[in-house]
Design a protein around this ligand. Structure first.
Ligand SMILES: Cc1cc2nc3c(=O)[nH]c(=O)nc-3n(C[C@H](O)[C@H](O)[C@H](O)COP(=O)(O)OP(=O)(O)OC[C@H]3O[C@@H](n4cnc5c(N)ncnc54)[C@H](O)[C@@H]3O)c2cc1C
Length: 592
């Protein structure tokens, strides 16, 4: 199996041309994150991911994490060492505040690192990813005392974190959860209940696991309005941060899964476990909503990451495998399958979507950074709106594509793709979950249509669409390939605008029509956004070529990719218009 190599040149191109890393690094608080420093971090961390994490991907897939009778869990061989290397290098806390031992870098840098870590080893990457979510929660809503005790150890990676939402009867409908929290005399709480599917709920990578558990306090209102959030550490912690007794909680089993086998997916039982309330009672869901943008963005990035890794493997295989004679090849010789037009179509489809997803994920991350740090309030507001709008698209389009692109990589490998030894089948199995967890992709589509389109009475989506029109108009003036890309972009934007208007007009009083069109609408948003960002990438590449800057071969390939996407995928937006606007009559009429 060929190794994964970090796509640093592509990442840098996006950081400089689609988002503006130098401008971000000039903002108050980010001054030390100047671009050369960031590129150094990416190169150095990329080396660890490619050299240490990537070779463990297959080991993890075959060995799985294993639970023992005493409830402890052993991760696959080499994981503990790799985790140590990761934390010792300081990579766990790159974007968290320096006050707690972090690097104070923009979130954008973490997302770029996450792309490489997830590509190298998705099952491994989930432990740091969940820990980041728990840190984020404590940073925003933990008390000062809670932050002082937990954050320095979590930011360094000495302790890890989990998110405990799901129960057997409470999946997408988190409001149905029944885990109970009862106040104790000393101001702490006693947590009792069962959580399922808890990622890294138990493991041997760190000394302590800080579980964030959603539960109901006595007399809590029903549904999501009555959910509170608690810190429930695996090992109780003294005020000075030293470890005390084991808390009353246990991993009672781990799931056998389709993929990410190294990631222990635990059934957790809390039996009167000591818990500490975060913030106010009954506000847990509100706090979780605040955290969702970063977690969903990270899951979207997994589609990009595995798409990239599968693409690299598919290219390597297509160069090596010889079958048949490609058009124009000398008689009597078999050709590398790379020379067959249909194989090139599959490879370019993968490359175009991976590049579009990278632009989208980094734009989404930059928006979160600007929303948090930009000195101009108007910029902060717009970037928060943009992040809110883009997040369900990054999550759902990103992970749908993760599934499609890894499937294409299997196809490029032919029968060998279906054989585990090649390694490409693992990516296909691993990424399948990403469309399901962190809010299923159906829920993302509903979020986009029911919550995000109505923002500012449709003003946010319409401002966004106007920006796409501006790019198309700029391209039209350029002539040549860029104008052709611009024409496709303008057509696709018009289709998206027409469905957006329809959804905004038909949202009420009966939501079933708009919800019936939500998934194809999200797909349209993804297709058009991808085309817009690749068009901007082509524009930047042409500008650099005209100025005689950069690697000309690399830049010319950006133009090829953008043209291919504009010709082959942007026209699909128009084809989705009927699916978005069909309404729900057929769906309701169908008998099952
Ligand atoms: C490997 C793995 C790791 C996980 N890690 C964690 C974790 O660390 N912490 C945690 O708390 N949870 C975790 N989960 C749980 C995960 O978040 C849930 O599985 C997910 O939220 C979906 O819930 P569900 O499985 O109950 O599916 P359901 O909610 O039963 O959904 C089934 C189907 O119905 C659709 N559906 C449901 N409700 C609606 C609706 N209102 N409108 C339209 N369609 C709807 C869904 O889109 C889906 O297609 C994990 C799950 C797995 C498999």
């Amino acid at each position: 199996m060929p190794d994964y190599s970090a796509p640093l040149a592509d990442m840098r191109f996006v950081l400089e041309n689609i988002v503006d890393l130098p401008a971000l690094a000039a903002l108050p608080g980010f001054e030390h994150a100047e671009p050369d420093m960031v590129y150094g971090v990416l190169e150095e961390s990329g080396r660890l991911f490619t050299q240490e994490f990537a070779p463990l991907n297959r080991v993890g897939d075959t060995q799985h994490s294993r639970r023992h009778d005493d409830g402890s869990v052993t991760t696959p061989e080499g994981f503990a060492r790799a985790y140590r290397r990761y934390t010792e290098a300081g990579w766990a806390g790159v974007s968290f505040p320096a006050d707690y031992g972090g690097g104070g870098f923009p979130w954008l840098v973490t997302i770029a690192m996450q792309e490489m870590m997830t590509a190298a080893n998705m099952a491994f990457s989930l432990c740091p990813l969940l820990t980041q979510g728990a840190i984020d929660m404590l940073l925003h809503y933990g008390s000062e005392a809670q932050r002082e005790v937990y954050l320095p150890r979590m930011v360094t990676g000495e302790w890890t974190g989990t998110m405990n939402l799901t129960e057997p009867q409470a999946g997408s409908d988190v409001g149905a959860l029944t885990t109970k929290a009862v106040p104790a005399d000393d101001g702490t709480w006693r947590i009792t209940g069962q959580k399922i599917f808890i990622t890294y709920g138990e493991h041997d990578l760190a000394d302590n696991i800080v579980h964030l558990v959603l539960a109901r306090v006595p007399d809590a209102p029903p549904g999501t309005k009555g959910i509170s959030c608690f810190i429930v550490p695996k090992v109780l912690v003294h005020d000075d941060g030293s470890l005390g007794e084991r808390n009353s909680l246990e991993c009672v089993s781990i799931e056998q899964k389709m993929g990410i086998n190294a990631s222990p997916t635990c059934v957790m039982v809390y039996d009167g476990a000591v818990g500490y309330l975060i913030g106010e009672p009954n506000q847990g869901m509100r706090y979780m909503f605040k955290m969702m943008n970063t977690a969903r963005l990270s899951v979207g990035v997994s589609g990009l990451a595995l798409g990239e890794r599968a693409y690299q493997q598919a290219v390597a295989y297509a160069l090596e495998r010889r079958q048949g004679r490609a058009p124009g090849a000398p008689a009597g010789e078999s050709s590398p399958i790379m020379d067959h037009p249909d194989v090139r179509r599959m490879l370019l489809t993968m490359r175009a979507h991976v590049e579009a997803l990278r632009c989208l994920a980094y734009l989404n991350a930059e928006s979160l950074d600007l929303a948090a740090r930009h000195p101009d309030e108007a910029v902060r507001t717009w970037r928060q709106e943009l992040a809110d709008l883009l997040t369900p698209i990054t999550k759902a389009w990103g992970t749908d594509l993760g599934n499609e692109l890894t499937s294409l990589a299997v196809q490029v490998h032919g029968g060998m793709g279906y054989i585990e030894e090649t390694g490409v089948a693992q990516h296909y199995r691993d990424i399948r979950i990403a469309a399901i967890y962190e809010g299923t992709n159906g829920i993302q589509a509903m979020d986009l249509v029911a919550r995000k389109l109505p923002m500012r009475s449709g003003g946010v989506i319409n401002d966004y669409l106007a920006g796409i029109t501006d790019t198309a108009a700029e391209l039209a003036k350029e002539g040549g390939d860029l104008a052709a890309i611009g024409a496709h972009l303008a057509d696709a934007q018009a289709s998206l605008k027409s469905t957006t208007d329809w959804l905004l007009a038909n949202g009420l009083p009966d939501a079933s029509d708009t919800l019936a069109g939500a998934t194809p609408y999200l797909r349209m948003c993804g297709i058009v956004t991808g085309g817009w960002l690749l068009a901007r990438s082509a524009q930047a590449a042409q500008r650099l070529l005209d100025d005689g800057e950069g690697d000309a071969d690399f830049l010319r390939q950006k133009l090829v990719t953008a043209r291919f996407y504009a010709e082959q995928f942007l026209p699909q937006a128009a084809g989705l218009v009927p699916a978005v606007t069909a309404g729900s009559a057929d769906l309701q009429a169908a008998a099952f």
